[in-house]
Design a protein around this ligand. Structure first.
Ligand code: E4P
Length: 218
């Protein structure tokens, strides 16, 4: 399973990349705003900065919600760097844009996926990735992981090449369950990724090993 980090924070991206486990980055307009990145030129420069840190897909989201605008913005984003993936919302205009970019060989990530039907449409339109939001479904008492499972079955039934990018991942068990189900990619915050490394028995065991070493080497 590929690991993407879901942030526009350059320090967090650098930290995850330095761990040697990072395969890519996802951003969205809220994450960019959280970092205080505003205005077209700053936003485009920020994507270039992210691409200079990580050698893997970097999702950059369009703001337009009508076809022509999405195409214009998406082409500008794709021209920034070979690793840019144009992130398109799951709306009818977005489906048309997915088909356009797919025909042109430009990679896409269809975002805001909350149902299997949406995932099916995006795959039919040639999306490279789809982003089902696990955490946001859990937030409304709906099983987000069950959706990942359902989409996995559908994509396998028809050998769709679209990759399932489990998004809105909130904690380490989301990541583990996504791996069990067979999501192709997960995107989550740095703290959820780092939490995978934590186990109290690891900490206690290490402390004991170091204490025993000290005793024997005094
Ligand atoms: C997807 O690419 C989104 O950026 C993201 O995963 C949303 O996560 P959230 O629900 O924690 O905001």
């Amino acid at each position: 399973m590929k690991f993407f980090i879901d942030t526009a924070n350059l320090n967090e991206i650098k930290e995850a990349n330095a761990m040697g486990i990072l395969d890519g980055v996802t951003t969205n307009p809220s994450l960019m705003a959280k970092e205080g990145i505003t205005g077209p030129s700053n936003i485009l420069q920020h994507y270039r900065d992210i691409c200079s840190i990580v050698d893997g897909p970097v999702s950059a989201e369009v703001i337009a919600t009508e076809y022509e605008g999405m195409i214009r913005e998406g082409e500008e984003l794709a021209a920034l760097h070979k690793n840019i993936v144009v992130k398109i919302p799951m709306i009818i205009e977005g489906i048309k844009a997915l088909r356009y970019f797919s025909n042109k060989g430009i990679k896409t990530n269809c975002t805001l996926i909350f149902s299997a039907g949406q995932a099916l449409l995006a795959a039919k339109a040639g999306a490279t990735f789809i982003s089902p939001f696990v955490g946001r479904l859990d937030d409304i008492s709906t099983d987000g992981l069950a959706l990942i499972e359902q989409i996995r079955t559908i994509y396998d039934n028809y050998a769709f090449e679209t990759e399932i990018l489990a998004a809105s991942v909130r904690h380490p068990m989301h990541i583990v369950h996504c791996a069990e189900i067979g999501a192709d990619v997960m995107t989550g915050p740095l703290n959820a990724i780092k939490a995978l490394a934590k186990h109290p028995l690891t900490d206690i065991g290490l402390q004991q090993f170091l204490a025993d070493f000290d005793k024997g080497n005094k």
